[in-house]
Design a protein around this ligand. Structure first.
Ligand code: TMP
Length: 259
């Protein structure tokens, strides 16, 4: 069997050539990085959980009319996606003050923001993904005005939907990061949601205890990373019931359900 062609390797995922033109296979690694890869580690089983959680959320978003790159899950660590041209912007949506917002502006962590904030960061590891404004995006042509309009619109829709989804399972959606990609049809392009939505790129706090159930467990050396990701999957209804659940069970469970 010939080895499939690797298209790109990122910090948490690998992209391989897909079975048909215009498709890719997105492989979820267990690798974790923080602070622009200054901190590195592995969270055993993270890739399996993120693959499943991202599939779930992208499928639900597709159901409410948000276009995404997701086609279908292939196995424990891989999903088939549409090939896109990634817009070099990280879109961060904030509902509650945390992370870099707290550091930058001195707002107390945990403060509910009076309105949702959308921030843009330029995707460039060498520069450490700097915060940018729409002026920079327009000036340097990273996305058109029309694309930015669509991106902001989708970001708000995703946020509204995800706030409700997580509130229903006792979780506060503090903030999260989205990425978008262009797809071309003849001479026209449009932007769709790409990358992943998982505890790697979201801050998820238990509504009652305030416990962090996301990658901040790794960033802040709190421990219990896999348990936190598993708890998110469990509350989303993606884990089989029972205390002894392991990541390996997750796949068995899906197969048994015939999905
Ligand atoms: P921040 O507070 O560090 O700016 O992060 C805001 C949100 O974006 C948080 O949920 C984590 C996510 N994020 C990423 O997914 N990738 C990144 O590189 C960074 C800096 C943040």
């Amino acid at each position: 069997m010939s080895r499939r062609r690797q298209i790109y390797e990122g910090k948490a995922k690998i992209l391989y050539e897909g079975p048909e033109p215009g498709t890719l296979i997105q492989y979820f690694k267990d690798d974790a990085t923080a602070f622009n890869a200054q901190k590195k580690g592995t969270i055993s089983g993270k890739g399996v959980l993120n693959n499943r959680i991202s599939e779930h959320i992208f499928t639900l978003l597709g159901g409410i009319g948000v276009p995404t790159h997701f086609i279908r899950r292939l196995n424990m660590r891989e999903q088939l996606i549409r090939q896109v041209e990634i817009v070099p912007i990280e879109v961060v949506i904030r509902n509650v003050a945390a992370g870099s917002l707290v550091k930058r502006l001195g707002i107390e962590a945990g403060t509910q923001l009076p309105r949702t904030i959308i921030e843009y960061y330029y995707k460039d590891d060498a520069l450490g993904d700097p915060l940018i404004s729409e002026e920079h995006i327009a000036c340097f042509g990273w996305a058109s005005q029309e694309e930015m309009h669509d991106i902001a619109d989708m970001a708000i829709r995703v946020n509204d939907f995800m706030c409700g989804l997580f509130a229903a399972i006792g979780i506060r959606l503090v903030d999260f990061k989205l990425e978008f990609g262009r797809i071309w049809e003849n001479d026209y392009s449009r932007v769709i949601l790409a990358d992943e939505i998982s505890p790697d790129g979201c801050r998820l706090w238990d509504m009652v205890s305030g416990e962090k159930l996301d990658k901040d467990r790794f960033r802040l050396d709190l421990g219990g990373e896999v348990e936190a990701y598993q708890e998110i999957a469990r509350r989303l209804g993606l884990m089989p019931e029972g205390a002894e659940t392991t990541v390996a069970d997750l796949d068995t469970h899906r197969k048994n359900k015939g999905k």
